[in-house]
Ligand binder design. Structure first.
Ligand SMILES: Cc1ncc(COP(=O)(O)O)c(C=O)c1O
Length: 432
């Protein structure tokens, strides 16, 4: 093994892995701006609620007053009581859980990413596995893997519906059996509900079956509900009916399905409240041991005082929040509809069931053969390179562990001009 004069072996391992920073910096430091940088890159990979960012900035500029306490250590690393009380009220109002969420049921840290990292450290030993669905939000791999050494184990569903009770359990069960037969102990299942990148919600029956499955296997069930309120409607009379979002905490009599010590919910302000830069993530658990464990690490994932003050002000202003969420949903529906129309015009299929999140899961399998490569994943990479050359960035199916090559996640939550221009670059790269 290589050695370093300056680093420990684990430091060297981190320094030697492919650097996302090295890849992302040239892209992110030359971003598209209609007036100042029209030839810059359009980042249709990062899932942000772009149309709503201005409202958050306006609210902060006009309504938030910093106090001396905002710049002190104040109440400590766990998120102020006011923030946790406001977040608990927000979740009670919108999630309508069977059992009321109390401020002390919530841990607050600088983003769900950090919470996943802390969970990786708390629930798993290095080499243990976490079950995830294919396709999957790609950053879980680094959130759980980079420092905690947790292995992501992906369930395939083949032609089964992963949102149906049987399809879901079958897929996760097979993945668990396979991993454990190869020596990887599974400790948890993480469900993206609504799903990223498919934009679909799980019906209550599936949530119940997954709770039972996790309980039987003695593994944790973490429901990542970060897109809970980013649901929208599509004005299409031919569209199949879709399942509305319902938090896992609304299932009656949870104790009859799962030991409450195994059930947890992630939520945050990065998506529904268009504040990814605020770095506010929250974790609901009734597991007091896990709560104490995460609390012991919280000082390494402290929410800064000014961010705590802004988040508290936003959440406490319920009238503003109501208007904001309604407007966000409206815009998500509009931008998604526009993107769907543009894709249909070009004959590009996409996952029709999406009604949540900021993206569409787009099927470019027909373009693979045009890339002149034997290996379909190499062909997918060639399409990705063509996008980069055209100044547009999408998330590839390979990075989202898709079951099959040729799929891409495309973020649609932009203003109309940027969305049209970005889609134009996508079509140009595809030669259409
Ligand atoms: C499903 C999911 N979970 C967690 C995160 C991370 O959120 P945060 O900004 O709170 O770290 C994201 C961000 O894209 C996400 O899509």
């Amino acid at each position: 093994m290589a050695e370093s004069f300056t680093l420990s072996p684990r430091g060297l391992a981190l320094a030697s892995q492919p650097s996302f920073r090295a890849f992302a910096t040239p892209v992110l430091q030359n971003l598209y701006d209609r007036t100042n940088s029209p030839n810059g890159n359009i980042n249709m990979g990062a899932a942000e609620n772009y149309p709503m960012l201005q409202s958050v900035a306006d609210f902060t500029n006009s309504r938030v007053k910093a106090t001396p306490n905002s710049f002190s250590y104040d109440e400590g690393a766990w998120g102020s009581l006011r923030l946790r009380a406001a977040m608990a009220r927000h979740m009670n109002r919108f999630f309508e859980p069977v059992e009321e969420i109390k401020p002390d049921d919530l841990l607050v840290a600088n983003g769900c990413m950090s919470l996943c990292e802390m969970l990786g450290f708390s629930i798993f030993s290095p080499g243990h596995g976490i079950l995830l669905s294919r396709p999957c939000y790609s950053a879980f791999e680094s959130d759980f893997g980079t420092r905690a050494g947790v292995k992501c184990v992906y369930a395939s569903f083949n032609s089964e519906d992963q949102f149906s009770p049987n399809g879901a359990v079958k897929g996760y069960e097979q993945a668990l059996e396979q991993a454990e037969s190869e020596g990887t102990k599974i400790r948890a299942l993480l469900l993206c509900h609504p799903h990223n990148p498919l934009g679909q919600c799980y019906p209550a029956e599936t949530l119940i079956e997954l709770m039972r499955f996790c309980n039987q296997r003695g593994i944790h069930l973490i429901s990542d509900e970060i897109y809970a309120l980013s649901t929208y409607e599509i004005n299409d009379p031919n569209a199949a009916p879709t399942v509305p979002f319902r938090s896992i905490l609304t299932i009656p009599n949870i104790v009859s399905h799962i030991d409450p010590a195994l059930l947890h919910v992630l939520y945050g302000m990065s998506k529904d409240l268009a504040a990814g830069g605020l770095r506010i993530g929250t974790f609901y658990t009734r597991n007091s041991e896990l709560w104490r464990c995460l609390s012991a690490m919280n000082q390494f994932h402290w929410v800064p005082g000014p961010a705590d003050a802004i988040a508290t002000a936003m959440l406490e202003d319920e009238a503003w929040i109501d208007g904001f969420i309604a407007q966000s949903r409206q815009k998500l529906g509009e931008t998604s509809a526009l993107a769907r129309e543009m894709l249909r015009e070009k004959g590009i299929p996409f996952w029709e069931g999406s009604r949540a999140g900021f993206f569409l899961w787009v099927d470019l399998r027909a373009w693979l053969v045009k890339m002149g490569k034997q290996d379909p994943w190499a062909a997918e990479r060639a399409i990705n390179d063509a996008f980069a050359k055209a100044g547009v960035y999408l998330t590839s199916g390979e990075s989202m562990r898709a079951e099959e090559a040729g799929w891409f996640r495309i973020v649609t939550s932009f203003d109309e001009e940027t969305l049209k221009r970005g889609m134009g670059r996508v079509f140009k790269a595809l030669g259409i």
